[in-house]
Design a protein around this ligand. Structure first.
Ligand SMILES: Nc1ncnc2c1ncn2[C@@H]1O[C@H](COP(=O)(O)OP(=O)(O)OP(=O)(O)O)[C@@H](O)[C@H]1O
Ligand SMILES: CCCC(=O)O
Length: 359
């Protein structure tokens, strides 16, 4: 087994692209490239940002003190590919085509695989992978029911971070992820709450499609009758309605900001609206946890809270006071998607896990 394997990690987000180089488990280069809104506005679709983001990454890499030719593998955050099982996938033409055509929708993470494979092609013997994309699908059959046959509930969630946090929690208590029942709550710009039944996410709210708690920039589940009336009122275009659900819903709509840290600061200074909106968001998250505990038939070994907002003790406590009777609660603030991607690539290269083919 090689002891100085170098992995390049590429994680495109809506407003930034994170890149990192790991030597084994250790990060030796890490950069968050912020994209100015005026730079991104020039592109109609997210896929159109492909060459622009790739060029910016090349520039950053050339300023890194790590020769690119020493990299053994490139791993990108996987986007809206076909629904697939959790794991590491080799990037192939079929995956590239699906992402280029945005067959299952637009998401910045779609660019991860495209850019990773292009860079890997320039490095002799380097492999290109994705791991645990946002569409990891382990839903149990009953979870797919929406209530009408033309609408099927789908698995789209913060799979990479939820799985990484669940595995590292299991390790920390010297148990196997596959032996535990966990509820994992990702509190980011979007919020997803997953029921992890013995290593499989058998149910999760479809946050990217207006399902579950409201979040800093998403409306979550809306009263569907009212939604229909507004959609057909002639006042709003399709795009405006879509923005209400993802991008400009939730805290953004109530408070004009998607920054929970800022909203909490204002609440601390006495702003009652900020205080109540954050309390309502925590209330809805707690309700979703309650729902997922019924999915696990009440047998829950732990509730894990992660993502940026998990940095806030005040916010987490508003959730904990409603759910602590269900199971012990553990807080893992932030997210380590870069570390999780690097770890997955390393395990794949070392033959510790199977590398799956995307068909
Ligand atoms: N210390 C803190 N206290 C309260 N909120 C915080 C704190 N640090 C970050 N946040 C909030 O976390 C949110 C962003 O979380 P995160 O960085 O996980 O999201 P993202 O990566 O932008 O989106 P997503 O996780 O949905 O992909 C923002 O609303 C931010 O204000
Ligand atoms: C698409 C990743 C999960 C989410 O943002 O809800």
């Amino acid at each position: 087994m090689a002891t100085n394997t170098r992995i390049l990690v590429i994680n495109p987000g809506s407003t930034s692209t994170k890149i990192a180089i790991y030597q084994q488990e250790k990060v030796i280069f890490l950069k968050t490239i912020k994209h100015a809104p005026e730079d991104l506005r020039k592109f109609k679709r997210i896929t159109d940002q492909y060459e622009y983001r790739k060029d910016v990454i090349y520039k950053e890499l050339s300023s890194a003190d790590v020769p690119v030719e020493t990299i053994d593998a490139v791993i990108g955050r996987g986007g809206l590919v076909k629904p697939i099982a959790s794991g590491v996938y080799r990037i192939n033409e079929s995956m590239r085509n699906d992402l280029l055509e945005c067959k299952r929708g637009e998401h910045a993470s779609n660019l991860g695989a495209l850019i990773a494979s292009d860079i890997a092609k320039l490095i002799p013997n380097a492999e290109a992978f994705i791991a645990d994309p946002v569409v990891v699908d382990e839903l149990q059959p009953l979870a797919r029911y929406s209530g009408h046959p033309i609408f099927e509930r789908k698995s789209v969630f913060h799979a990479l971070n939820q799985k990484a946090i669940a595995r590292s929690h299991a390790k920390s208590i010297m148990k196997k992820y596959e032996d535990l029942n966990l509820i994992v709550v990702h509190l980011g710009g979007g919020i997803t709450v997953g029921a992890h039944y013995k290593g499989k996410v058998i149910d999760v709210n479809q946050g990217l499609d207006g399902d579950g708690p409201f979040s800093p920039e998403r409306s979550g589940t809306l009263p569907v009758g009212q939604l229909l009336k507004v959609a057909f009122s002639g006042i709003y275009s399709y795009n405006k309605m879509a923005e209400m659900i993802v991008g400009k819903g939730g805290m953004m709509a109530y408070l004009g900001t998607n920054d929970a840290y800022l909203a909490e600061r204002e609440a601390n200074k006495g702003d009652e609206k900020c205080s109540e909106v954050l309390a309502a968001m925590a209330y809805q998250v707690a309700k979703e946890i309650g729902a997922m505990s019924t999915v696990l038939k009440g047998k829950v070994d732990g509730i894990l809270i992660t993502g940026g907002i998990a940095n806030s003790k005040w916010f987490c406590n508003m959730i904990i006071e409603r759910v602590y009777r269900i199971a012990p609660v553990y807080i893992y603030p932030g997210q380590d998607e870069m570390g999780a991607l690097a770890e997955n690539a390393l395990m794949a290269i070392n033959g510790e896990i199977e590398i799956k083919e995307y068909i």
